[in-house]
Design a protein around this ligand. Sequence first.
Ligand code: CAA
Length: 381
Amino acid sequence: MNLSPNETQALVQKTARDYAERVVMPRAAAIDASEAIPGEVLQGLGDLGLLAVNVPTDLGGAGAGTVAYALAVQEVARACASTAVTMSVTNMVGETIAHFGTPSQRSHHCPILAQGHHGLGCFALSEPDAGSDPGAMKTTARRDGGDWVLAGSKQWISGGSAAAVFIVWARTLPAEAGARGLSCFLVEGGTRGLRVGRPEDKMGLRGSSTVPIELADCRVPADALLGQENEGFKVAMMALDGGRIGISAQAIGIARAALEESVRYAKDRHAFGVPIGDHQAIQAKLADMRTQIDAAELLSLRAAWLKEERRPFTREASMAKLFASETAVRVCNDAVQIHGGYGFVRDFPAERHLRDARVTTIYEGTSEIQRLVIARSALAV
Ligand code: CAA
């Protein structure tokens, strides 16, 4: 067993850390306040291969593997959680197209997503009435001549206001219910019949847009079908398994930032004549934060390693996502507590970390869904 990153992984980690500290971190508060990530920040991620870390090099990616990807997301999330989710979802969409796409879908979309100049990859699975249970979706796709015509509403689409391409799930066998008879389609931003709604006014991740979309008889060609017809549910599940590793890494990065801020504050701030870090009540919090973050990182990197080894990793990805996201919320809450009143105001980043961490227990599968996946696997033994 070797817990050290190899040369490629260490290089990707260092590249991401340097860029995050130099370019992203100084802009994080402004990204949150202005509700926008500057185009040049995303372009910089693209130039460094960080929007397609695990996409093959012949498709414009870095081809560096899932462990490198998880390490890179952590570094970017430590600097800015909004930028990290944008990076994570674009990586997930690029990987899904690289895995399931036809040669022409792969060679068209993957390089575009890797670059970051032309827009983001977006994942349009959830609907207003179908989140944890995507099998309840109502969006349909019917054949019309050589085309597919999509109709319905999607919700909670990260990055949707700057999409290059959406992966859209729709029911292609109307007589089937649940997970059966779903297919997925590549729908480019700006396609006629695709209407992007007003961004949600969110608690956190305010720099990353989250939008609803309407598909009003949105017509796409036959070759927009991604993967096998009627087998779209499995594409979603496999993409989300990988996506959950990304969200675990994002949560760890946010938690690391909150811990670092807490340590700094505990050394600077005095109470009862000594730095508050000299008080055991604060030390106990810092010790628990550090331990839980390390445990989350081990779970996250184990899931990433299993994926990279092409071994089953569904359960491990859910465990990583569950533990890391709940750890991030706990750690960020403790960071606010350590900062006292200063934790509750925008002059310090602690409150942003807590707001940003909160959604990690919700999107790409709630904690309740992760527990369901883990429990099913335990009961199946
Ligand atoms: N990999 C491959 N196949 C899988 C799979 C996986 N991880 N999980 C299930 N399947 C297959 C099953 O084997 C089954 O196949 P067969 O029909 O051939 O037997 C089929 O899919 C149906 O499986 P289930 O019966 O287990 O399906 P279910 O309806 O009970 O749902 C679930 C399972 C795990 C609860 C799933 O619905 C789920 O993950 N829900 C959460 C959805 C989610 O994470 N949404 C987030 C949306 S993205 C987002 O957050 C926005 C963003 O942009 C960040």
